[in-house]
Ligand binder design. Structure first.
Ligand code: AMP
Length: 360
């Protein structure tokens, strides 16, 4: 089990090893901080920030956790069965360890609550949708917020002055259209299953695929849930979900891996085109997360043929190794194409600190 540590002096640390539960993991993190004299007992600790995946429509901002907030996160478990229970455990454990500190929930959905209804609603019966809270919430919001802001900074502009398409391509993957710092559309929906082709998730499919697999394939709803979330995407298409391995196979002439790669790119390109149209004017396209930051062939293929839209990558810049935010488009390009490493932990810490230091 990986145990990521965001140390306060800016150097991330990681400790690898088995941990029994959330409490043991938090204590291990505290020990790492202790080495810096900034452990869990430290008076310098201002708050504890938590990533919470689903905040529904309710939480548009980072929020100091109280009983009512815990109850609302719990109420959202049916739409985030894998994540919200674990997030609650983390909050409860941290509260037990430092009951005097504010615990702040930073929601993956918050950044997307600015989406207009035209983007957030599915075209299904309104009463049914409202009764069951079926709408598009979007996820990876902390990353989309951070990366869109960092992209503006890379361009030397204020976030209010730029329109950005953010492509968060990790094992989970999502795209967002950000106008003047505010999200206007994103590819994930009610759950993180919609949108792009991911490591193990299908992304968009005709919903009738589910009826067909039930009626004709004899599968149960749970089996289809597992199929679409865990056995689809790149792994379903070619048996691998690591882009490094897929590229190695493509380079070795493997047809199955090539088709998986092509399907991944085709979907990605469709979203770039869609969000270009949604935004009308695009200043930058930013690639982030494991695949987006590291896989030059993915970036090259995603914008190939889009010179007419002002989108191009410079082969030398795209292929060069780098760690910080960087431009990969040629000088003078109409649309900047950039690699902007995401930092969700830093964003959660920044938002948490901004909230607790606000005068009441
Ligand atoms: P994330 O969810 O952001 O941690 O991304 C994890 C994914 O990034 C892995 O499953 C790989 O597919 C991909 N990845 C990580 N490093 C590289 C790399 N050097 N080249 C290509 N893909 C990579």
């Amino acid at each position: 089990t990986r145990c990521p540590i965001a140390a306060s002096r800016g150097e991330p640390r990681e400790r690898t090893g088995p941990v029994a539960d959330h409490e043991a993991a938090l204590k291990a993190m505290a020990e790492e901080l202790d080495a810096d004299g900034l452990g869990l007992d430290s008076p310098a600790l201002a708050a504890i920030g938590h990533r919470v995946v689903h905040g529904g429509m309710h939480f548009t901002e980072p929020t100091v956790v109280d009983e009512a907030v815990l109850a609302e996160i719990e109420r959202l478990i049916p739409v985030a069965p894998l994540h919200n229970p674990a997030n609650l455990t983390g909050i409860r454990t941290a509260t037990a360890l430092r009951p005097d500190l504010p615990q702040v929930a930073v929601f993956d959905t918050s950044f997307h609550t600015t989406m207009p209804e035209s983007a957030a609603r599915y075209a299904i019966d309104v009463r049914t949708a409202d009764e069951h809270r079926v709408r598009r919430y979007g996820f990876h919001g902390t990353s989309h917020a951070y990366v869109s802001r960092e992209t503006a900074r890379l361009l030397g502009k204020a976030p209010e002055d730029v329109n950005v398409i953010v492509l968060h391509l990790g094992n989970g993957a999502s795209a967002s259209a950000v106008r003047g710092g505010k999200c206007v559309d994103t590819s994930m929906g009610l759950t993180p299953l919609e949108g792009l082709v991911m490591g193990t998730r299908s992304g968009d499919v005709d919903p009738a695929v589910i009826f067909h697999l039930t009626r004709v394939g004899g599968m149960s709803v749970d089996e289809i849930d597992t199929l679409l979330n865990k056995k689809s995407g790149l792994v379903g298409l070619c048996g691998d979900n690591d882009m490094r391995e897929i590229r190695r196979r493509v380079d070795a002439g493997d047809e199955e891996a090539k088709l998986a790669f092509d399907i991944y790119i085709h979907r990605l390109k469709k979203y770039i085109g869609a969000y270009y149209a949604v935004l009308g004017r695009v200043d930058a396209v930013a690639f982030t997360a494991g695949v987006g930051e590291n896989a030059a062939p993915v970036r090259e293929a995603a914008v190939a043929g889009l010179a007419g839209l002002g989108l191009e990558v410079d082969a030398g810049r795209n292929g060069a190794r780098g760690t910080g935010p960087r431009l990969i488009s040629p000088d003078g390009a109409r649309v900047a194409v950039a690699v902007v490493p995401t930092d969700e932990e830093m964003e959660i810490a920044t938002q948490t600190y901004a909230l607790v230091r606000k005068p009441n």
